[in-house]
Design a binder for this molecule. Structure first.
Ligand code: NAD
Length: 340
């Protein structure tokens, strides 16, 4: 088998990015588009010259496929993914992984026990800026990671009171990125957030959070700052490591690798290196890599986010909301136990 046979479930606005990625991947054969809304799904299937299917049951029963992309609304990720997993098909699922950590845990266990390649669509991990930041982080031992991404108001469909909606949907990428860069496990969170600032929908509209990662005397602190009231504010990603610093502003990175001078007032040789990445949708890179991992046992799914990464990100995300509501620090192990 030199091409993975793949169908797309959910052909809404975000699903189209998956569709284009599947259709364009040299190691994927695009088989079908499944959407319960025929007016959405059929034209997409016709445009790409593949079959249109109206139900997941029919897709899984009648089509010879090895894997599926899933891009249905978040409340339906669990049911859809479990159907695909129980039919022993590999899958890429949109973020956030599910509505609850109990659901995400079950999805992860089910996929892992069947040996399926199950990825979460955290496509930023394939962006050259983030891959370069990851490489730098491996050299500098991150102690502080600050990720600040502001944006304008989100679409009405995300403005709900659900803890995975509002700005939490947008920053699920940031929540995945901090442990990815730090290379350490998140342990606890403390958050401050607000609802009903710009719209009366009870959605979380701004979020500031501190995440503690790792153990021992030199823990890493991750900070996320994001809102839907800061459209136009440049995004920042700053990392201060034991052995260097790196700053990404948009697609440009400036960094210095080397020991922190211990003499008073002396700074490292700023900035002795730069890198510029490109800006585009990296979903295509994610699909190509996932298909490679499905086709070849020797290809690791990383740097794609696995279901385990998706579970961890959802755990942190829901704990942030709990902390934002209670005003207390949330220990992730205790939170996971209480909510599984
Ligand atoms: N990774 C990213 O950067 C990113 C960006 C935007 C959205 N998303 C995520 O993508 C997901 C979908 O977003 P969207 O804006 O395209 O949603 P949407 O609601 O506009 O579209 C979803 C589509 O799925 C179809 N659908 C629903 N249930 C179905 C089922 N059981 N079987 C088949 N089709 C079904 C709907 O008919 C619709 O066409 C959400 O989870 C969202 O959080 C991720």
């Amino acid at each position: 088998m030199d091409k993975l046979r793949v169908a797309m479930i959910g052909a809404g606005p975000r699903g189209m990015s998956h569709v284009r990625s599947i259709a364009g991947a040299p190691n994927i054969e695009f088989v079908a588009v499944c959407d319960i809304d025929e007016e959405v799904g059929r034209p997409v299937a016709e445009e790409f010259g593949v079959e249109y299917v109206s139900s997941i049951d029919a897709l899984l029963a009648d089509y010879d496929i090895d894997g599926c992309g899933i891009c249905v609304p978040t409340p339906y990720h669990y049911d859809t993914a479990m159907q695909v997993i129980e039919a022993n098909r590999h899958l890429v699922t949109e973020k956030p992984m599910a509505k609850s950590i109990a659901q995400a845990w079950e999805m992860m266990e089910a996929a892992e026990s069947r040996g399926l390649q199950a990825a979460i669509s955290y496509q930023l991990r394939f962006g050259p800026v983030y891959l370069k930041m990851k490489e730098i982080c491996e050299q500098i031992d991150p102690l502080q990671v600050l990720f600040a991404r502001q944006r304008p108001m989100m679409a009405a469909k995300y403005l709900s009171a659900e803890p995975f909606d509002g700005i939490m949907d947008f920053i699920s990428h940031d929540i995945d990125m901090i442990p990815f860069l730090a290379g350490r496990e998140p342990k606890a969170v403390f958050a401050t957030m607000g609802r009903n600032v710009w719209a009366d929908a009870d959605a979380i509209e701004y979020m500031g959070c501190q995440i503690e990662l790792g153990e021992g005397p030199h823990k890493t602190v991750g900070v996320i700052s994001s809102s839907m009231g800061g459209g136009g504010v440049p995004q920042r990603l700053d990392v201060v490591g034991k052995n260097g610093v790196a700053v990404a502003t948009g697609n440009d990175i400036k960094f210095a690798v080397g020991p922190n001078p211990t003499e008073k007032g002396v700074i490292r040789d700023f900035w002795n290196a730069t890198f510029t990445g490109e800006s585009r949708d990296f979903t295509a890179d994610l699909y190509r890599h996932w298909a490679d991992a499905c086709l070849n046992d020797e290809v690791d799914l990383a740097p794609a986010a696995s279901y385990r990464d998706g579970y961890n990100a959802l755990l942190v995300s829901l704990a942030m909301v709990e902390s934002g509501e209670s005003g207390e620090v949330v220990d992730l192990e205790e939170f996971a136990e209480a909510n599984s």
